[in-house]
Design a protein around this ligand. Structure first.
Ligand code: NAG
Ligand code: NAG
Length: 315
């Protein structure tokens, strides 16, 4: 029996709902997630803000930004709700940052990072520490530039999720296979292949449809988005994925899959990526209905509440 897109979509919503922690008056601060965002440079202060505030508004309890010294006061001034550490370009960045990583549940690396060599070297060491701590890790933007220079750093780390756009995917593909970018007619097959070559890490290829693979399955997210392509939407995606990645890994680690059939359909990263892709697209659609051509990422963030409760009606 074939399933219609609509039915499949509903099944995906159900799967995402099964990993969202329920809210309880007796839970403690931090239980819904402490998410770190590594990024923020003198040029880019909006991106880490968008990612970190999104992680919080999706439902994490605390959101931390690890950014350069100069960008910190700017990012702090956008929001009193973020905890901002100005250590990314300090002399002892590694010590300062790695001592804080153990309190996090997941880490998003890349929003507004820039391409400064010294900072990218620090990011390499942060990635190594995140792997050692076995934390979920979402890599976007200039962190993907870094990964395309040394793909070995993520190979086989199955708690990593990469979120390349079309150009970033092409660069990564060309770097891994030392070839031209993929030109085949079957983007799903190319994605599955790349994910497997990198040891079954998860890759979310953003585009008209977002395509997600963890090396085992390939899933398309075809929730309707919007035709607006304003900057910052990718930060909403990576920030929300940081929160979903924690929830999903936690649900898989603490529930027996046989107790919850929906957890058997896909692995934890696919569930997290689907959760974030559907949410980001729904935010885009709802904001576009109100603001049309004027829609900006801040308008989308203002729709997180409505998008979340319509897609994922959990308590
Ligand atoms: C990746 O997943 C594929 C498909 O499930 C499997 O055949 C392969 O052995 C896996 N690779 C690694 C390195 O685990
Ligand atoms: C939605 O994605 C599924 C795969 O996950 C695909 O089979 C289906 O054709 C897609 N629907 C549309 C309308 O593109």
């Amino acid at each position: 029996m074939s399933r219609s897109g609509e039915e499949l979509f509903s099944a995906n919503q159900q799967i995402v709902c099964s990993v969202i922690p329920s809210l309880s008056h007796t839970s403690h601060k931090g239980q819904s997630g402490r998410i770190g965002v590594v990024g923020g440079s003198v040029e880019y202060t909006g991106a880490p803000y968008f990612a970190a505030i999104t992680a919080l508004k999706v439902g994490a309890d605390l959101s931390y930004v690890f950014c350069s010294r100069e960008s910190a006061p700017i990012i702090k001034s956008y929001s009193p709700e973020l905890i901002v550490y100005p250590y990314l370009d300090s002399m002892n960045a590694i010590e300062e940052i790695t001592s804080l990583l153990p309190k996090l549940h997941s880490v998003v690396i890349g929003p507004g990072l820039g391409r400064n060599d010294r900072i990218l070297a620090t990011v390499g060491q942060i990635i190594d520490k995140v792997k050692e701590l076995d934390l979920p890790m979402v890599l976007d933007a200039d962190a993907l530039y870094f990964v395309s220079k040394c793909p070995e750093i993520v190979r086989g780390y199955t708690k990593a999720i990469l979120t390349p756009n079309a150009a970033e995917f092409d660069r990564l593909y060309a770097a891994v296979y030392r070839s031209e970018p993929d030109k085949s007619e079957d983007p799903n097959a190319a994605l599955l292949q790349l994910s497997q070559t990198l040891g079954n890490i998860t890759i979310v290829r953003k585009g008209y449809e977002d395509i997600i693979s963890d090396g085992h399955s390939v899933v398309n997210c075809n929730e309707t988005g919007s035709p607006r392509r304003c900057g910052g939407q990718g930060d909403l995606l990576s920030g929300s994925m940081g929160t979903f990645a924690h929830w999903s890994q936690n649900a898989f680690a603490t529930k027996t899959p046989s107790a919850d059939l929906s957890l058997q359909t896909y692995g934890p990263n696919i569930v997290a990526a689907l959760g974030a892709c559907m949410l980001t697209r729904r935010c885009a659609r709802l904001a576009f209905q109100k603001y049309a051509r004027s829609t900006t990422t801040s308008d989308m963030i203002a729709e997180i509440k409505n998008a979340f409760s319509s897609l994922y009606p959990v308590d």
